[in-house]
Design a protein around this ligand. Structure first.
Ligand SMILES: Nc1ncnc2c1ncn2[C@@H]1O[C@H](COP(=O)(O)OP(=O)(O)OP(=O)(O)O)[C@@H](O)[C@H]1O
Ligand SMILES: [Mg+2]
Length: 220
């Protein structure tokens, strides 16, 4: 059965793209990646999907809409005068991809409650429209503050009845400090969700071969 994984995070810049690439690199079988809304890049600049391709070689990439300014999709769309695809459009795209792929990865924009369409629907609303099973992965920071941010994101997912496969630390330092070591222990206890992976800091700068070879070792 196709697995649909939504990769959300506690914030922008927490490593969702690197985590998405790590899942793509370890997938057995066919994998498609969807970025419903990419902001902050021109038409010829690499976006998150191109970063996933650079790190993994996966080329089955689907970008819903691309917007110039580095802002939330609804804000960038409004300022640019672009009508955004609806979350229903994205849900239909995911269901079509799921027909003949083993894994479909969906990387959100920013955190969970960032609006993706002109009705203000977010990634949680998108997932709730799917008629096939799915799960969320929450990418979190390692350092001080992550217990609260991760707790908030998990609580929002639970309040909407959305399944959570696990937490992934987007960037785990080579020499973790006290707060980071304690957070690793406390995250499952405070959120009730296991930490299923840790991406080493610097992994996003690896060459493709090294990234793909190491990716499996980053997951439990
Ligand atoms: N494990 C890592 N190794 C190296 N660089 C990392 C790692 N995690 C994150 N980064 C870097 O941190 C920055 C933010 O990460 P990333 O772009 O993956 O965040 P994001 O959660 O996908 O943000 P967005 O909301 O823009 O999609 C990037 O420049 C990325 O290369
Ligand atoms: Mg990203």
């Amino acid at each position: 059965m196709t697995r649909i994984l939504f990769v959300t995070g506690t914030d922008t810049g927490v490593g969702k793209t690197v985590v998405t690439a790590a899942f793509a690199a370890t997938a057995r079988g066919s994998v498609a990646v969807l970025k419903p809304a990419q902001t902050g890049v021109t038409a010829d600049e690499p976006g998150d999907l191109q970063e996933v391709q650079r790190l993994t070689g996966v080329a089955d990439l689907h970008e819903g809409v691309r917007l110039l300014e580095p802002l939330a999709p609804t804000t960038a769309g409004r300022r640019q005068g672009v009508v955004l695809p609806s979350v229903d459009d994205h849900a239909r795209t995911i269901e079509k991809l799921a027909v003949d792929r083993d894994l479909v990865l969906v990387e959100g924009a920013g955190g969970l409650l960032v609006g993706l369409d002109d009705d203000g629907n977010d990634l949680a609303d998108l997932a709730a429209r799917l008629e096939i099973p799915f799960a969320f992965v929450v990418v979190a920071r390692a350092g001080l503050g992550t217990l609260n941010h991760t707790g908030l994101t998990v609580e929002a997912l639970r309040a909407r009845g959305l399944p959570i496969a696990g937490l992934v630390i987007g960037s785990w330092p080579a020499e973790p400090e006290l707060a980071e070591r304690c957070n690793l222990e406390d995250l499952p206890a405070t959120t009730g969700v296991p930490v299923i992976g840790r991406i080493p800091a610097g992994a996003g700068a690896l060459e493709r071969e090294a990234f793909v070879a190491a990716a499996a070792s980053w997951f439990e």
